[in-house]
Write a protein that binds this ligand. Structure first.
Ligand SMILES: N[C@@H](CCC(=O)N[C@@H](CS)C(=O)NCC(=O)O)C(=O)O
Length: 192
């Protein structure tokens, strides 16, 4: 979102998401990233961070935020995009903890994630068509793009069958912000 909005930023990694030290997460007591350090303090969580980035944007930007989605369909697409990302991360953390794939909670999370992706694939085109035409960007598009590319990056499941999601991510990837910020592991990373 920083690249989308033309805000200068510097990237610092959380070296191990299993760390129990809040100082490793810029003081976030939830022991989670992302965290943004701006001139106005530390900001926890994706949406508040994106809002703070927008306050630092060099010019006026027309951004569609979650509260602008006044109809059920785009609102549900936004909610399930965020929930799918959260479920994916929980599955990755469960894998790292050595939880077996036969664990009842893992089975449910996996099914829930596939259900959500099916819903997103079926409804993304209508949700996007409902967004205001005159926009520079939207939280929905940025988060959905990040979700699909992250699923592929972590090879958690095969996304090739989700045709509408694939077409959307390919379109969004034409943007300079997307091309400038592909996912990658850092050299010291243990893959977490
Ligand atoms: N609602 C938060 C969720 C943050 C979150 O779950 N972050 C994950 C990584 S993307 C995390 O730090 N997980 C660590 C853990 O689950 O222990 C947001 O949108 O930023």
């Amino acid at each position: 979102m920083a690249a989308e909005l033309g805000v200068d930023y510097e990237f610092q990694v959380v070296k191990d998401l299993r760390s129990l030290e809040a100082t490793d997460y810029a003081g976030n007591p939830a022991l989670r990233m992302p965290i943004l350090r701006s001139s106005r303090g530390e900001w926890f969580g994706s949406l508040p961070i994106c809002r703070e980035l927008a306050r630092h944007a060099p010019g006026a930007r027309r951004i569609v935020w979650p509260e602008d989605l006044q109809e059920a369909l785009p609102s549900n697409v936004q909610e399930l995009t965020l929930q799918a990302m959260a479920s994916e991360v929980t599955l990755i953390m469960a894998q790292l903890a050595g939880t077996p794939a036969t664990d009842a909670q893992v089975i449910k999370l996996d099914l829930s994630l596939r259900n959500m992706l099916g819903f997103l694939d079926d409804n993304i085109d209508r949700a996007l068509a409902s967004l205001p035409r005159e926009r520079d960007t939207s939280f929905l598009e940025v988060t959905l793009f990040c979700l699909v590319r992250h699923l592929e990056f972590r090879t958690l499941l095969d996304t090739s069958g989700y045709r509408a999601l694939g077409a959307f991510t390919e379109r969004f990837e034409q943007r300079a912000s997307a091309r400038a910020t592909p996912y990658r592991f850092d050299s010291f990373s243990a893959g977490v």
